[in-house]
Design a protein around this ligand. Sequence first.
Ligand code: GTP
Ligand code: MG
Length: 509
Amino acid sequence: MSDDSDPFAEFVRPPLHETPSERAARKYREAEEKRVSDAIDEQIKQERQILLKQKTLTKILLLGQSESGKSTTLKNFRLEYARGEWEAEKVSWRAVIQLNLVRSVLSILETVRAEMEGDPLLELDDTDSVDTLDGTDPNPPTQLQLSPDEIQQLQMFEFRLASLRRVEMDLKQKLGAGTEEVTSMDESLDLPPDLVNEVYPEKAPDSRYLVARKTRRRRVQGEEMVVRGLRWREFLSRGRKGSFGRKTRANLDVQDQRVADILAECRDDMKRLWNNHTVRMILEKRRMTMENSAGFFLNDIDRIASSLYLPSDDDIVRSRLRTVGIQEYHIFVPGDNLLGPKREWILYDVGGSRTMRRAWIPFFEDVNAIIFLAPLSCFDETLLEDSSVNRLNDTIGLWKAIVSSKILQNTTMVCFLNKCDILKRKLRDGIQFRNYVRDYGNRPNELLPVIKFVKESIKNIAIKYTVNQRRMTYIYTTSVTDTKATAATLGSVRDSIFRTNLASASLVV
Ligand SMILES: Nc1nc2c(ncn2[C@@H]2O[C@H](COP(=O)(O)OP(=O)(O)OP(=O)(O)O)[C@@H](O)[C@H]2O)c(=O)[nH]1
Ligand SMILES: [Mg+2]
């Protein structure tokens, strides 16, 4: 094709009487222009790819107070959508579960010792009795009269199970954990002042509208176990890749063996302790309901205190390891078309205790959805880190702060009303919801009415404090240690998140 056929040819043709030096200069200029143009093209291409990735990348933040079930929810996601990694990491959880069991046994021994030494009971004000006018407890706990035989038996347990302290140390060392106890904190606010100002507008009513009349100080059952996110992740992935150095591996193996041997030696005594009538009486008197506490494995001693022990999926989901810092997990979730490409989701698991909540804020910026864990069973408990704060009030206040946050107005909200199994047990045991929640009134002390009441509160807060009426909020009733039921819920959450952009309704409950 000749230049004449190109309408632009005349405008791009080089000068007719170009000297060699002018030509060289022009060529240089053109090459330089092409280089710049190519660089811009490349940049645009890269930006497009990032945009494309961002479009398919979904970021989900798990929020809620400590022990609300964030990490347990994350485990359910991984069990469902990252099965390969889950299987590979399974064995690494053995130490965590062993430590959970050992901690339970040690905390029973501590309680027994406290009883033998006549230590006063911790704050025990969760009886279903009504306060008397003069403030005295109409049903003071009766003093247990232990016979010499019983005392001897209890001392024998202490003696025979003393080696578990060594096991506890070994396991902590193995996990590379920075173990800390959550105690009362020196800060009074859980969120930085700017976010507090943003999320607590001046007209916001008292977040304690679910005012607890009486609260129960949560018992710290022994020292709480904490594993710093990074080191634990490193531990898991090293275990997965088998990439510990040979010497480290050998040391760990020796340590593993020692732990397994001591646990096996202690197995029968641990079982006898847990089934001992006097011990049960002491636990009851001191309101230690072991079944309701995190990392409860006392009914699985035979399996766990064996050198052949390998954790089951259920064990891992029920185990307790407090999260410190932020942990990031990638999962690949099938889209609407199950045969189509999978979507990448990034899940962020955070520490929920008050001092750790500051670290949540930077993640608000570009998160697609928040899964908020609201543990309902904690209505009669206070925060470990601040015993003046009722846990249900803390949860309600947090929910309000999150739904009213300006930065999160386009973020899909999912709320799990969690730990319904423990709630059911507590109500069945006669713990009165109305004694802690002023507005509950004379409604029945039963599971469904209690759930309905809290769900209404959560929903009303969402309606009242959501500025963007197009934002979707979903509320589910869960017990996330039940992996089967949770799998169905996660399927529904997945659909909701995929649907989000199409949504027009303001609230789905
Ligand atoms: N029975 C029961 N136990 C639960 C439920 N959800 C969580 N747990 C247990 O409660 C404990 C605490 O749960 P986590 O998932 O570790 O809590 P978290 O919100 O991650 O806590 P932090 O990491 O401290 O912020 C674990 O031992 C779980 O197995 C539930 O619905 N029912
Ligand atoms: Mg956690």
